[in-house]
Design a protein around this ligand. Structure first.
Ligand code: SF4
Ligand code: SF4
Length: 150
């Protein structure tokens, strides 16, 4: 009995340290780690592609008035699957290396983004301008993240 325990102890000691020093020492995630989702509000042009593929319903798109599309992000639902990053044509939405996402402030888990769009002449619904130049010259660009973090 004693000998078997001693043998176990020796095996454990031989293995050396197998745990990480985190949180007492910084921890760098490995490449490809899917962490907190960030949105570059200057790049997003409101196409809604990310909302279409998001399996968790994090991103809700609504056209609240002609020329204005609102994107709402409910981060608490995110499963970090990375689909939104895959489809975004502007690389505006990305998964970062940040993994410390705990918060006691509900507003941190919500983000609202308003984007000026081009209204359809027939139905009046918003649509993204066909080119970046059109977007800048005709519709302008406006966005806001009211509180919260990307
Ligand atoms: S990572 Fe997945 S779950 Fe999270 S916002 Fe993107 S598509 Fe939705
Ligand atoms: S984040 Fe990308 S995919 Fe989502 S609405 Fe903006 S431009 Fe489109």
């Amino acid at each position: 009995m004693f000998l078997s325990k001693l043998r176990e102890a020796l095996i454990c000691l031989k293995a050396g340290r197998v745990t990480l020093g985190y949180p007492f020492t910084p921890h760098e995630p490995k490449p490809g780690f899917r962490g907190k989702v960030t949105v570059d509000t200057d790049l997003c042009f409101g196409c809604g592609g990310c909302a279409n593929v998001c399996p968790a319903g994090v991103i809700v798109v609504s056209d609240q008035e002609p020329r204005q599309r609102v994107l709402e992000f409910y981060w608490a639902r995110c499963t970090y699957c990375g689909k939104c990053e895959e489809v975004c044509p502007e690389k505006a939405i990305r998964l970062s290396q940040q993994f410390e996402t705990a918060t006691d402030t509900p507003q941190d888990m919500y983000m609202r983004l308003e984007v000026l769009m081009g209204p359809c002449q027939r139905c009046g619904r918003c649509f993204p301008p066909p080119t970046v130049l059109d977007r800048m010259m005709k519709t302008g660009f406006r966005n806001s993240s009211e509180g919260g973090r990307a």
